[in-house]
Design a protein. Structure first.
Length: 345
């Protein structure tokens, strides 16, 4: 089957995020099937969007909804609505949960990850770096979104602190309830593009989703307050879902994540800490830990003041956590345990 290439159906599919990447996966065995994009994953059923509107794919007896992520493209029979197969994902973010070898799927086929944090005690470089490594590993462009700018008299320090987390990182200041937020994020929210929002509960994430979606969709995301004494809020979003953005594009809202386990993120950490990764190639020893070895180019840069010692410490902690969790996950899965620190560029 060829995906619709003419008229309104093609335009609707393109607006849903359909591209040549997915069209190239269609084979002769898919004749008569139609693409649909997963909009919500329920416990025992799926809701999807097709060129003809909302559909509810019929799952086979051995198909588990946990195998699908919001944003997935699937092929369904337009008559019976039977789901035949899921197409390969262009990108995927998944959350590793302590004690489980099966990750939680947070969203698929995402172009940009909007990492939302507020200008108060919620702003934590260590936690933001986890989100950034997560996005890097998935091949998704990360953007830091700062909220509650009215709570600080030194907004510039938050902006500078966010930009220092990764080379070339975009940082945007928004007021979640303001219509201008749509314009501020328009660069990443064009027709056919998909953004996902992550961040702690209470930072204005659901409020921002409601602003991006506008009054065209019911019900809006529930919002909650934040405790000023510790800048922590309660979780208001409990499920992942896909929503159309005013003026084009799609947004995936995710439940608030206060902690994010680092696992299988070696490449993502290399991108995040590029200044350390590049210097490491000049160390005398290839497996240098940058702690005590002679001829360490990274520690020399710290002494010279060109590498932030706190960044190096956070790099070390995340590298160790990543390696430990990888070993634990491999043992739990019954595979061989390796002692490497991950791939180096």
């Amino acid at each position: 089957m060829n995906a619709p290439t003419q008229g309104a159906e093609h335009d609707t599919l393109s607006a849903l995020g359909w591209s040549a990447f997915f069209a190239e996966q269609i084979t002769s065995g898919d004749a008569g099937l139609e693409p649909a994009r997963i909009a919500r994953v329920h416990r025992s059923r799926l809701t999807a969007l097709s060129a003809h509107g909302s559909v509810e794919p019929v799952l086979g007896p051995d198909v588990n909804t946990s195998h699908f992520a919001v944003g997935d493209f699937v092929l369904v029979d337009p008559v019976t609505m039977h789901l035949h197969r899921r197409l390969e994902r262009r990108s995927l973010i998944e959350r590793r949960v302590s004690g489980s070898v099966v990750p939680q799927l947070a969203g698929a086929n995402i172009d940009t990850l909007l990492i939302v944090t507020s200008c108060n005690l919620d702003f934590s470089p260590a936690r933001l770096e986890r989100y950034l490594a997560w996005a890097n590993q998935a091949g998704i462009e990360p953007v830091i979104v700062l909220t509650k700018a009215d709570l600080t008299e030194d907004l510039a320090s938050y902006e500078d602190g966010a930009r220092a987390l990764q080379r070339g990182l975009d940082v945007v200041v928004v007021h979640p309830k303001a219509a201008q937020s749509v314009a501020a994020l328009a660069r990443w929210c064009g027709s056919g593009r998909t953004v996902a929002l992550v961040g702690s509960s209470g930072v204005g994430k659901s409020t921002l989703v409601n602003t991006l979606v506008g009054a065209t969709e019911e019900p809006p995301q529930e919002t909650g307050s934040i405790r000023e004494q510790d800048a922590k809020g309660r979780h208001t979003t409990t499920a992942r879902s896909l929503h159309p953005i005013l003026g084009g594009g799609w947004v995936i809202d995710t439940p608030g994540i206060r902690t994010l386990q680092v696992s299988d993120l070696a490449d993502g950490l290399d991108v995040l800490f590029a200044e350390i990764t590049e210097l490491a190639a000049r160390c005398r020893f290839r497996d240098c830990t940058h702690e005590h070895e002679p001829g360490c180019a990274v520690r020399a840069a710290v002494t010279e003041g060109t590498v932030d010692p706190q960044r190096l410490e956070r790099w070390r902690l995340l590298q160790n956590e990543n390696a430990q969790n990888d070993r634990t996950r491999t043992r739990a899965a019954g595979g061989p345990v390796g002692g490497g620190r991950g791939k180096r560029r």
